[in-house]
Design a protein around this ligand. Sequence first.
Ligand code: SAM
Length: 299
Amino acid sequence: MTDQATSIATLPVLGEAANQTYPIATLYVVATPIGNVADISVRALHVLSLVNAVACEDTRNTAQLLTRFGLNKPLIAAHQHNEREAAESLIARLQAGERIALVSDAGTPAVSDPGARIVDAVRAAGLRVMPLPGASAAVTALSASGLVNDQFHFVGFLPSKAKQRETTLQQLRTVAATMVFYEAPHRIVECAEALAAAFEPTRQVVFARELTKLFEEIHRCPLSEAAQWLAADAHRQKGEFVVLVEGAPQASDAEDAEAERILNILLAELPVKQAAALTAQITGKKKNALYDRALQIKG
Ligand code: SAM
């Protein structure tokens, strides 16, 4: 254990972060951990130790986090209720040549968190904004979900009122990309019920709970089984959640599935060539491809 700690402390990458250039008059947008404090990046630590001040969503949370890193910095409150005014004073400080870090309570600032207005104002003032990437609950959940889709559609928090939530979900019904929702524990059951009512029950849902924390849990099931899974253990309704929902079945997928179904029925009664030809006639799909598939099915 000691050997490992010693070797980490002497890793060249630590020196690499320290030897890079960190321009003055720059706003550093710094992602912080979403649960596991050790997920802070080397570069983020270096920048946090270098800046003149840290603009943050909640000064108490950020003070605690910085203490965990052994840092003590002047903190500036920059939350959703004062973002515009905070931006003005930050711009004045940056123009005077300071380096300032912008953080949120957890994860990447400006992703379902305050920060976007400050970044916008700082850029509009012609000042430099430098992002320091790190944890984001959405991407963390996607990476461990096993859902195979090159696209994702970030929704974030659904409206809390049932009617508005339903309207939003109806608008999402045809989205082909994997959908990413954030949800609070006291609404997770309602959320699961609303998702099951809005989308096909066969679509896969993933509950990514307490990511990077002690009670991390990642569960995948069809939407039809979601409410039952949550109800089976009260612990499953606790903590922070990312909910992923498989995108809408695409027309070509549905057509392929239908052709496969017809081919299988016909193959049970007819020779391969005839079954393929009839399936092609019924579905409009290519005869040769269906013939090859029929041979595969027949082994
Ligand atoms: N900016 C953050 C990010 O980059 O992901 C998100 C902030 S948003 C206010 C907080 C929500 O993110 C939580 O309600 C939950 O839906 C999700 N979240 C944050 N941390 C999480 C974790 N450790 N496990 C699962 N979900 C998490």
